[in-house]
Design a protein around this ligand. Structure first.
Ligand code: PLP
Length: 476
């Protein structure tokens, strides 16, 4: 018996299985349109996934087969008729980067090596794209939820004084503001940062689901009168329910006047800056103190990858730096290159997520990615018009970006919410299309989000046809 190693005994057998694995993956991606959107995991596979931890391993052909068996059972977001929540569709090119990253197995907590420079370049590109200054800092993270926690921690620490990192925030009276349509990750960030989710005030919206600025002003004044300390206002660039973009310029003015940190949640909407037609609607975003957004949504990078940008690189550093002795940097050698990514976020060991973003931008360029975003918005307008023209459906919110909220209507039915929920579930189970639901002013909407470079108009036609057929069947 030789020494224990995890490398293959026979590289040529390993290589043959690896090549087949690659073909399995490519076949899956090449034929995605022809299959069902969502396929639930079969019962026998569910029970196989409750077996005990393996004592001994398997050969690579068996491993490959086990992996290939999983391929059809994703969320369905690679399919052109996936319209649920806000999921990007991903793209085959990412396989290049993911395999390369696996081969490098780089740890991007810090130190001086090639992968770090790739991440730095991605951050530099984003800084420029989003209109942030040269000395702004950034970090690639798992998604907007994590980006938000990081950004709001910098905002909190700056306001409390950075010594609160050591002394804690007991007795904090900090409060912040976001629209009633803002994403739930904001309240979670307040919770995680010890501020309490109730310290995030939800400001009512106007008829277009944008934050009501007069109500914001009133709430700030009211809170101050109560002895509370407003510290942050959060603008949403692309709300998850209807795709509304808050008036970011006006929010920047208010933040300036009130001396508040302006954070923008641009999870998917910020990347609309790539679209020539949409860019101007994000005016004011470049004035934010911090910005959180995703690569894995409208930019079509495969899960998961998001980004945080912080205008003051110095504040960002002061909020997260402080390494143990064994992590001390150096002027030369592998420990050079300070500050490291660990100085800008909570994670030490970090994978090479940046590579798939970098390779994606290299492969496609920003023009094409912007065109996908513009096309999705035209498709949303198209679907909105079809719904307006139909007497079976009504729109529940104006279509202003890439999201359409509508419902099937019938005089014969008392509970339209139940009916429309059933339409959505039936559609999902049919494998034909996947919209999701949301509630708007108490009314349950069939929600169609288009952040999908594979979607064509015929996919939207089919969705509407099927929703109508199912609705008719349920009513009659
Ligand atoms: C998706 C989304 C988030 C959360 O982002 P994750 O990448 O899922 O963590 C936050 N805000 C908005 C508006 C979103 O659409």
């Amino acid at each position: 018996m030789g020494k224990t190693t995890l490398d293959p005994d026979d590289w040529s057998l390993f290589r043959a299985s690896a090549h087949k694995m690659l073909d399995d993956a490519l076949n899956r991606m090449e034929t995605v349109r022809s299959g069902r959107v969502w396929t639930p995991l079969p019962e026998e596979m569910k029970s196989a996934l409750t077996s005990d931890i393996p004592e001994a391993g398997v050969d690579h052909e068996t491993l490959r087969q086990n992996l290939a068996d999983l391929l059809p059972y994703g969320v369905g977001n690679t399919h052109p008729r996936f319209f649920g929540w806000v999921h990007g569709a991903g793209n085959p090119g990412n396989i290049f980067a993911e395999i390369t990253a696996a081969a490098m197995n780089a740890n991007l907590g810090g130190r001086d090596h090639g992968a770090i420079y790739v991440e730095k370049q991605v951050i530099g590109w984003c800084r420029k794209l989003m209109g942030f200054p040269e000395d702004a800092s950034g970090l690639i993270v798992s998604g907007t939820s994590m980006a938000t926690i990081i950004a709001l921690k910098v905002a909190r620490d700056q306001r409390m004084g950075f010594e609160c990192r050591n002394t804690g925030i007991a007795g904090s009276t900090l409060v912040g503001y976001a629209s009633a349509q803002a994403h739930s990750c904001l309240g979670r960030a307040f919770d995680l940062l010890g501020l309490g989710s109730e310290s995030l005030r939800k400001i009512p919206c106007d008829a277009h689901f944008k934050m009501d600025l007069a109500a914001l002003q009133e709430t700030i004044e009211h809170d101050r009168a109560q002895g509370l300390e407003p510290f942050v206002v959060i603008g949403t660039a692309g709300s998850v329910n209807v795709g509304a973009i808050d008036d970011l310029s006006a929010l920047a003015d208010i933040a300036q006047k009130e001396k508040l940190w302006l954070h923008v949640d641009g999870a998917f909407g910020a990347t609309a800056i790539l679209s020539e037609e949409l860019r101007e609607r994000l005016a004011g975003m470049e004035r934010a103190d911090s910005l959180a957004f995703d690569f894995h949504k409208w930019m079509q990078v495969n899960y998961d990858a998001g980004c945080v940008l912080v205008r003051s690189g110095e504040a960002h550093l002061r909020s997260f730096s402080g390494r143990a002795e064994y992590l001390t940097g150096a002027g030369r050698g592998l420990a050079a290159g300070s500050p490291w990514p660990v100085d800008f976020g909570p994670e030490l060991s970090r994978g090479f997520r940046a590579l798939k973003v970098w390779a994606h931008l290299l492969e496609h360029g920003v023009e094409k990615l912007g065109a996908v975003i513009s096309e999705n918005c035209s498709q949303a307008t198209y679907l909105g018009k079809r719904i307006e023209a139909s007497d079976k459906f009504e729109l529940l919110a104006p279509v202003t970006l890439n999201i359409i909220c509508f419902r099937y209507v019938s005089e014969a039915v008392n509970d339209l919410n139940d009916l429309n929920r059933e339409i959505v579930i039936t559609l999902q189970e049919s494998g034909i299309a996947v919209p999701s639901t949301t509630l708007l002013n108490g009314q349950l909407a069939i929600r169609v989000n288009i952040t999908n470079h594979r979607t064509e108009l015929q996919d939207l036609d089919l969705l509407l046809e099927e929703a109508e057929r199912i609705g008719d069947e349920l009513v009659n």
